[in-house]
Design a binder for this molecule. Structure first.
Ligand SMILES: NC(=O)N[C@@H](CC(=O)O)C(=O)O
Ligand SMILES: [Zn+2]
Ligand SMILES: [Zn+2]
Length: 437
């Protein structure tokens, strides 16, 4: 395959990139095919390492009416992703080797993106008994990220045991930080808007108190903690404090002791959208205030928050087109993530394209311990790549997205940045909005 006139990280003059046997073989000018096979030739664009999503809900097994590993993989490839981590809140829950091996095998069969199953921390996500982290880690799914996402590991002793166990496995615990006793019946950010609209509040303290506790536990144990979907300015401050404090005892050289992600929707949307009571805007943790949005953008730019993760959460029409308190929380994210990052971070000057590569590919891969994704765009590296047309714009239509579900909060928005090609080990998986099956 030959990429002609592309600009790695959007820097310097256009170059040609020759890919052979799934590896970047040559980078230079006026490169030609090596003759034996013509392969694809793709022209132009900004070349980045393929995106890695640490937080995706593929809904298989159990809710294939909203997404499957196949449709979710298509959405991921169209969004520029070459690897995704599929959360364990499936039905049955991915709290044992059989389920995680099924998800990994299905992902390989579909073959559009590397699907890495996340293992549950506790049996059934109930927060009461540790799941078999060891057998999931030793299974052919090679699980290295454990999370009860959708639920919080709220018992501090269980969380401490999970951190100790994950440390022995060289794994990381990804926490959905929500103190459940502070969010009983919570529907939206606890602030002026929820009060005025009569919606039960989801206080920032419910997230921040868990994050502070978990940072202290992780540093005491010397284990690795990843904070899911950071949503408040306060959590960003706690992360800055914890990272400064914990700089000394990084448990595994080269891999962050404490890391965190922010979602595209928390970088752009606020609780002003509650006005319409449209449950498309219902999400856990909830949309917060503009002050929070601005703080999250700054924290992502300065590295306090390590990466972007989509929290791609497909839901059926009947779980969204209903009255607010009955609706399921969650938003689609895989196909719109890059564009929202361009709109909120690149166009605002907070990140350059090297920064986009860091937060969407390099850091997620490092946190999860992937060795073949998030690599430099250099000769000898695996050809897991994403080509972007930065100047193009597109209008989001939920019905046109690859997911079975259509619950995008960006419906009708014109967004900047189009993924023109996604390449998985030298093979085009998606180009200009089409899947190259
Ligand atoms: N984010 C959400 O609002 N929902 C997620 C679960 C989660 O991430 O908490 C889901 O699985 O639907
Ligand atoms: Zn969550
Ligand atoms: Zn989630």
């Amino acid at each position: 395959m030959l990429l002609k006139g592309v600009r790695p990280y959007g820097e310097g003059d256009p170059v040609d990139v020759l890919i052979r046997d799934g590896v970047i073989a040559e980078i230079g000018n006026d490169l030609e095919h090596d003759g034996e096979h013509d392969g694809d030739v793709i022209e132009g664009g900004i070349l980045l390492p393929g995106f890695v999503d640490l937080h995706t809900h593929l809904r298989e097994p159990g809710r294939e009416d909203t997404e499957t590993i196949a449709t979710g993989s298509k959405a991921a490839a169209l969004g520029g992703y070459t690897a995704v981590f599929a959360m364990a809140n499936t039905d049955p829950v991915a709290d044992n080797a059989v389920i995680v091996e099924h998800v990994a095998r299905r992902g390989r069969e579909v073959g559009l993106v590397d699907v890495h199953p996340v293992g549950a921390v506790t049996v059934g996500l109930k927060g009461e008994m540790l799941a078999e982290l060891g057998t999931m880690a030793k299974s052919s799914a090679n699980v290295r990220v454990f999370s009860d996402d959708g639920h919080c590991v709220h018992d501090p002793l269980i969380m401490r045991r999970a951190l100790e166990y994950s440390k022995s496995l060289g794994a990381v615990i990804a926490q959905h930080a929500e103190e459940p006793r502070l969010t009983v019946g919570a529907q939206a950010h606890e602030g002026e808007n929820a009060a005025r609209l009569g919606l039960q509040g989801w206080p920032a303290a419910a997230e921040e108190s868990i994050v502070a506790r978990d940072c202290i536990l992780a540093q005491q144990v010397g284990a690795r903690l990843h904070v899911c979907h950071v949503s408040t300015a306060g959590t960003a401050e706690i992360l800055k404090w914890a990272k400064a404090r914990g700089a000394a005892n990084v448990p595994q050289a080269g891999r962050p002791g404490i890391s965190a992600e922010v979602t595209p929707h928390h970088l752009l949307l606020t609780d002003e959208r509650l006005e319409t009571y449209d449950p498309i805007n219902k999400v856990n943790p909830p949309l917060r205030t503009q002050t929070d949005v601005d703080a999250l953008r700054r924290a992502l730019a300065d590295g306090t928050i390590d990466c972007v993760a989509t929290d791609h959460a497909p839901h059926a029409v009947q779980d969204k087109d209903c009255e607010w308190s009955a609706a399921r929380p969650g938003m689609l994210g895989l196909q719109t993530a890059l564009s929202v990052v361009v709109k909120t971070m690149v166009e605002t000057g907070l990140l350059d394209w090297r920064g986009v590569a860091r937060v969407m590919s390099e850091k997620p891969a490092e946190i999860a311990g992937l060795t073949d994704h998030g690599r430099p765009v250099e000769v000898g590296e695996p050809a897991n790549l994403t080509l972007i047309d930065p100047g193009a714009k597109w209008v989001v239509r939920g019905a046109e997205l690859a997911s079975v579900a259509g619950n995008t909060p960006f419906e009708g928005m014109e967004l900047p940045g189009v993924v023109t090609a996604t390449i998985l080990r030298g093979r085009v998986t998606a180009s200009r909005g089409r899947i190259d099956a």
